[in-house]
Design a protein around this ligand. Structure first.
Ligand code: SF4
Length: 222
């Protein structure tokens, strides 16, 4: 099966198994980007708690920009990597103010997707994954963020080479994703990765994709 056909088959199979997730609608773009920075290497629950604590202590982004780094770090302690995340957030806000004149990313809604990705990734603290999550979740753009679950499953299923990095996967996967399916495919792969194709012990006996899976052929077949 060619890669495009294979991706379509996997997308369809996961929809049959898990349903069709639908995008909720636009969100504040800067809020989404900051949440994405906070979410690195932590749980959704801790990320949300850290975000609420940050906004309670510093109600505006100007407040965060002008605050002492130590004070910001203290409010987001729960998310882990507080020093690094504080630095990324404060540097980004400072850069945005210089580039755009105000602490808002709502103008992104009027940009083409490639231009918006390029704009966000210009800032050295923002990688392709953070930019893609922001454009997908806040703006509903046809981009494909690759997290640890998606990287692992894509390798097991042979959609990308075994040595493909997460960053490179952001460029290799989108051309083979069925048109208009980036959001539901992304969401279903994450759920599938958490519930069935987990990292340590995938539940292959519950999986409808065994016929397409390189990992299954190499490790599970007797
Ligand atoms: S067969 Fe196993 S390893 Fe392959 S995709 Fe399914 S759960 Fe994952």
């Amino acid at each position: 099966m060619k890669l495009k056909q294979k991706a379509e088959y996997i997308s369809d199979t996961l929809e049959k198994l898990l349903g069709l997730p639908t995008w909720d609608g636009t969100e504040d773009v800067l809020e989404c980007l900051i949440l994405t920075i906070l979410s690195q290497n932590t749980t959704d629950v801790s990320r949300d708690k850290g975000y609420v604590q940050l906004r309670n202590k510093f109600p505006t982004w100007e407040d965060v920009l002008n605050a002492d780094a130590d004070a910001v770090e203290e409010t987001i302690r729960i998310v882990g990597l507080g020093q690094q995340k504080t630095k990324t957030i404060k540097n980004f806000l400072s850069w945005l103010k210089t580039e755009h004149g105000e602490l808002s990313l709502e103008f992104i809604h009027d940009m083409k997707t490639e231009d918006a990705l390029e704009f966000l990734c210009q800032h050295k603290g923002i990688g392709i994954k953070t930019a893609s999550v922001t454009l997908s979740f806040a703006c509903g753009r046809d981009v494909f963020p690759v997290d640890t679950h998606i990287l692992r499953i894509s390798k097991r299923l042979g959609l990308i080479p075994q040595n493909c990095s997460a960053e490179k996967a952001h460029y290799v996967l989108p051309p083979i994703i069925p048109k208009g399916k980036t959001y539901p495919f992304h969401m279903n792969l994450i759920y599938f990765g958490r519930q069935i194709c987990n990292a340590r012990k995938p539940l292959c006996e519950k999986c409808p994709l065994t016929d397409e899976c390189l990992y299954f052929k190499e490790n599970m077949q007797t």
